[in-house]
Design a protein around this ligand. Structure first.
Ligand code: HEM
Length: 419
C-alpha cells in the first residue's frame, strides 16, 4: 500500500486500498468462476436440457444438488412467482455474512414492508442530486489521476474504484473513514475467496455501521443512513438488524455488480470502435447502448430460489424444497428473443433483458447503476475523445471478459492523447 500525496480530493489523502489490485486474480479459484466463454455451453443447455438437475461442487468436498433453469420465459417466471419460488435460499447463503434480514433473501410479507422502507432512501430526487454533486465528481477525480499520462488500465484505475467510492459518499461516511471502509468493502466482496478475512470485515462493518446509525439517529444529515434510520411507513420503522443487513448488502449488490457492468460496457465499446464512434456522434444512443451491454454481458449470471411446493417447469417436475439456480446469463442470450444473441450490437431492437431480475425483488439500484455507467462513459468521451484499446498491452495481458458467476474484463489497457 502507498500513501498518495497529490491533491485531487476524495481518495488522494488516503492510503490506496487498490494498490495491489489485479482483476485477473478475481477469477481463478474465486467465486466469479474461471470460465472464458460460458455462452456456447449455455446455448446447448437451452436447447437440450432447459431445466437440468445438477450436482455442483461449491467448495472442496461440498456439493449442492440444484435444478438449473436456462430459458428466458422460465427464468422470468421463477423471478415473478414468488409464492412458489422462495428467496430464502439466498438468505441461507448470504445470512452469515450480511445478517439474517438481508432484503434479497426475504419472502412476503416481510420483504414488501422492508423494501417500501429502504426504497425511501433511493428515491428519484436523491438520484438526480447524486448525479452531479457526487458520481460525476468521483469519476472526474479518478480520471484526473491518469489523464495526463496518455495510458491507463481502466479496471484497476477506474471501474473497480468508482462504485465503492460512490456508495461511501451516498452513505455519508466521514472522509477520514474512507480508507478503512474501502478495505472492509473489498474483503466483504471477496468473502468466498477468503472467508476468514471476509467474515472479519463483515463484523467490523456491522460495528462501524451501528455506530454511524446511532449518530444519525441523534443528529440526522442529508445521507442514506439518515434516511434509513428515520424511514417510517404506517408507523413502522426498520429495526437495527434490518438496517445493518441492508448496509452490508449494498457492497456486493451495488459495488461489485456495477464495477463489473461498467467494465463490460467499456469493453463492448472499445472492442467495437465503430459502435463507440456512433455513440460519440450521437449520445442519444446512450440508453440503448447501456441496456445492450447489460444484456450481452450481465455482470451477475445466476441467482437462486427454493421451490416451496412441487412445481412443473418446462416439463420437469421440481420437488418441494429443491434448490433452483436461475440462469440470468443464459436467459439474456435466448435465441428465441434475440438474433445473434452473443453479439454486442447497440443498434438491435430493444426488448427487456433480465439482468436486473424481475418481479418483487427486481434490482433496487438499477437506476443508480445505469447512471454510474452512463457518467463513466460520458466523462471519458468528454475528457479523452480518442480513447482506444492499447493493442500491445491487450495482447500481453490477454485482456478479455471472464467469469462464470460474475463476469467482467480481466483488464482494460487504453491509450489516449494526454491532457
Ligand atoms: C449493473 C449493476 C447491477 C446488476 C446487474 C444488479 C442485479 C440485481 C439482480 C439480478 C437483483 C435481483 C436478485 C434476485 O431477485 O435474486 C438485484 C437486487 C438488488 N439490487 Fe441490484 N444490481 C445492480 C446494481 C445495484 C446497485 C447499484 C444497487 C444499490 C446501490 C443494487 C441494489 C440491489 C438491492 C438492494 C437488491 C435487492 C432488492 C430486493 O430484494 O427487493 N443493485 N440486483
Amino acid at each position: 500500500m502507498h500513501v498518495a500525496t497529490d491533491q485531487h480530493g476524495a481518495l488522494d489523502a488516503l492510503d490506496d486500498p487498490y494498490a495491489d489490485f489485479d482483476a485477473g486474480e478475481h477469477f481463478a479459484g474465486s467465486v466469479a468462476g474461471d470460465v472464458r466463454d460460458p455462452y456456447p455451453g449455455l446455448a446447448r443447455k437451452r436447447r437440450e436440457t432447459p431445466v437440468e438437475r445438477r450436482q455442483d461442487s461449491l467448495y472442496e468436498g461440498i456439493t449442492r444438488d440444484a435444478y438449473w433453469v436456462y430459458r428466458y420465459e422460465d427464468v422470468n417466471r421463477v423471478f415473478r412467482e414468488n409464492e412458489v419460488f422462495s428467496s430464502h435460499s439466498i438468505r441461507d447463503l448470504m445470512g452469515l455474512v450480511m445478517g439474517p434480514y438481508v432484503i434479497v433473501g426475504l419472502d412476503e410479507p416481510e420483504h414488501k414492508r422492508h423494501r417500501n422502507l429502504v426504497a425511501q432512501a433511493f428515491r428519484q430526487r436523491s438520484l438526480q442530486r447524486w448525479e452531479e454533486s457526487l458520481v460525476q465528481v468521483v469519476i472526474d477525480q479518478l480520471v484526473d489521476r491518469f489523464a495526463s499520462r496518455g495510458s491507463a488500465e481502466l479496471v484497476r484505475e477506474l471501474t473497480y474504484r468508482m462504485p465503492i467510492q460512490v456508495i461511501a459518499e451516498i452513505l455519508g461516511l466521514p472522509r477520514d473513514d474512507h480508507t478503512k471502509f474501502h478495505h472492509w468493502a473489498i474483503a466483504l466482496i471477496n468473502v468466498a475467496a477468503d472467508p476468514e478475512t471476509g467474515l472479519a470485515a463483515s463484523e467490523d462493518l456491522r460495528v462501524y455501521f451501528a455506530q454511524i446509525s446511532d449518530q444519525r439517529r441523534a443528529d440526522p444529515r442529508d445521507d442514506v443512513i439518515s434516511d434509513l434510520v428515520h424511514a417510517e411507513l404506517d408507523g413502522e420503522k426498520l429495526d437495527e438488524d434490518e438496517i445493518l443487513s441492508f448496509l452490508r448488502l449494498l457492497l456486493p449488490a451495488g459495488a461489485e455488480t456495477t464495477y463489473r457492468a461498467t467494465g463490460n460496457f467499456l469493453y463492448g465499446l472499445l472492442t467495437h470502435p465503430e459502435q463507440f464512434q456512433a455513440l460519440r456522434d450521437d449520445r442519444s444512443l446512450m440508453t440503448q447502448a447501456i441496456e445492450e451491454s447489460v444484456r450481452w454481458e450481465s455482470p451477475l449470471l445466476i441467482t437462486s430460489r427454493r421451490a416451496l411446493t412441487e412445481v412443473d417447469v418446462a416439463g420437469v417436475a421440481i420437488p418441494a424444497g429443491a434448490e433452483i439456480v436461475n440462469s440470468v446469463g443464459a436467459a439474456n442470450h435466448d435465441e428465441t428473443r434475440w438474433e445473434h444473441p452473443d453479439e454486442f450490437d447497440i443498434f438491435r431492437e430493444q426488448i427487456p433483458h433480465i439482468s436486473f431480475g424481475a418481479g418483487p425483488h427486481m434490482c433496487l439500484g438499477m437506476h443508480l447503476a445505469r447512471m454510474e455507467m452512463r457518467l463513466t462513459v460520458e466523462r471519458l468521451m468528454d475528457r479523452l475523445p480518442d480513447l482506444r484499446l492499447d493493442p500491445e498491452q491487450v495482447a500481453a495481458k490477454d485482456s478479455h471478459i471472464h467469469g462464470e458467476t460474475f463476469r467482467s474484463p480481466t483488464s482494460l489497457p487504453v491509450l489516449f492523447d494526454p491532457v
